[in-house]
Design a protein around this ligand. Structure first.
Ligand code: SF4
Length: 404
């Protein structure tokens, strides 16, 4: 007997008959259901895109340096910016900074609740405090009342490194349940003041702690989350560490705003955040190019083609997956999975669009042909709305995208 003869669906000559079309696979992805909190003009939570933010590094009272850095962040795509206010002169600079920038301004407070009260006299858009390090819950309540009066939202920033002793002692050390207990307690206090404009973060420099803390929190509360791995260190390792900590929770549907903490200039934090959102398909704001690593079977100048493609796609915001593979081993399969793809072989390439083969082009024509198809794709997307459905009966996987 042929070794495969008894395997269901496999005939004796080893050919697999075409499978009957089954139901379209549905991704189990569900986003953590959160209420919406509006920061300036930017809604956070609910079904809104995950917002990318950063924090400035100059002294906040140095208005020129702070504004110059915020403008560079804005140019890079930063959507919310936070400044620290440790001294009265920093609080006094807030009105002037706010006048000179276009994105919402967040104030970061540690230790001194008076700085929070002072900052709230300025036209800020959100305040971030760790209620555990401002000297007691009476002070926290004073800040809550003033934020409520002014209509300013607040982030409760729980950090494993500065967790209140009471919570750390309950579990022996600042573990995820201790962090979540502490966040829930602060939420309870805020709610008792009739204040609900909350965003919550549960940060740690330990990746596993971050993942567990956000997962635990998401089961128990519906205030939006600010996600991040704190004190991640120096890039590129810090970007990898952040991706390791944030990808699991993003793929669980958790996270409404994101900050990647990198040592040094904050501008690279923005690209890193968008790259992590793109790789997890949680928010895509530029074409994603999929290329094989190349090997001895390579039949085209793949590196050259990818370099040209990257250069010509700079500045494009279309959330499209474009794959270019160097030979016929995986090329056709990958090209069918992408929105647009080229499966190359011996100086030629077959162009696929949404799983359908369009035409064959020569190696020299590949980049022009792909750009032409991307232009056409953009026009079709504009005409049909952002959520272009998979063709009926197609097995092509389409993860839910949250566009810019
Ligand atoms: S697609 Fe082809 S050339 Fe590229 S890595 Fe795979 S086998 Fe090698």
């Amino acid at each position: 007997m042929h070794p495969t003869a008894s395997v269901p669906g496999v005939v004796a000559n080893g050919d697999t008959p075409a499978a009957p079309p089954g139901p379209l696979y549905q991704s189990p992805f569900r986003r953590h259901r959160t209420r919406v909190v509006v920061v300036g003009s930017v809604p956070i939570g609910g079904d809104h895109p995950i917002i990318v933010q950063s924090m400035t590094t100059p002294d906040t009272h140095d208005v020129a340096a702070t504004v110059a850095q915020i403008r560079r962040l804005e140019e890079a795509g930063c959507e919310l910016v936070r400044v620290t206010v440790p001294k009265p002169e920093d609080a006094h600079a807030l009105t002037e900074i706010k006048k000179q920038i276009t994105i919402p301004l967040i104030v970061d407070i540690h230790f001194d609740y008076k700085m929070a009260l002072m900052a709230l006299d300025h036209p800020i858009d959100k305040i971030r405090i760790n209620p555990g390090n401002i000297g007691g819950m009476d002070r926290f309540r004073q800040v809550l009342r003033k934020a409520k009066d002014k209509g300013i939202p607040m982030r409760i920033g729980v950090n494993a490194g500065s967790l209140e002793r009471e919570f750390a002692m309950k579990y022996g050390y600042p573990c995820p349940p201790a962090m979540v207990d502490s966040a829930l307690r602060y939420i309870e206090i805020a709610e008792s003041e009739g204040y609900h404009d909350l965003i919550v973060s549960l940060k740690s420099s330990d990746v596993a702690t971050v993942v567990e803390a956000y997962r635990l929190y998401a089961k128990q509360a519906n205030y939006p989350t600010h996600i991040g791995v704190t004190e991640a260190g120096k890039p590129p390792y810090a970007v990898i560490k952040s991706a390791c900590g944030l990808a699991p929770i993003l793929l669980d549907g958790i996270g409404d705003t994101i900050r990647i903490s990198l040592l040094g200039d904050p501008v690279p934090e923005i690209q890193a955040a968008f790259d992590i959102l793109q790789a997890t398909q949680r928010r895509v704001r530029q074409p994603e190019i999929i290329a094989c690593p190349t090997c001895g079977r390579l039949e085209i100048d793949l590196e050259g083609i990818i370099a040209q493609l990257e250069q010509r796609l700079q500045g494009r915001t279309t959330p499209i997956k474009v794959s270019v593979l160097g030979c016929v081993v995986n090329g056709p399969g990958e090209a069918k999975e992408a929105d647009l793809g080229i499966a190359a072989g011996r100086g030629k390439g077959m162009i696929f669009k949404r799983g359908e083969m369009l035409r064959t082009v020569s190696e020299a024509e590949m980049v022009d042909a792909l750009i032409e198809e991307i232009d056409r794709w953009e026009k079709e997307e504009m005409a049909s709305g952002p959520a272009l459905a998979s063709p009926p009966g197609s097995s092509r996987r389409k993860l839910p995208l949250i566009g810019s």
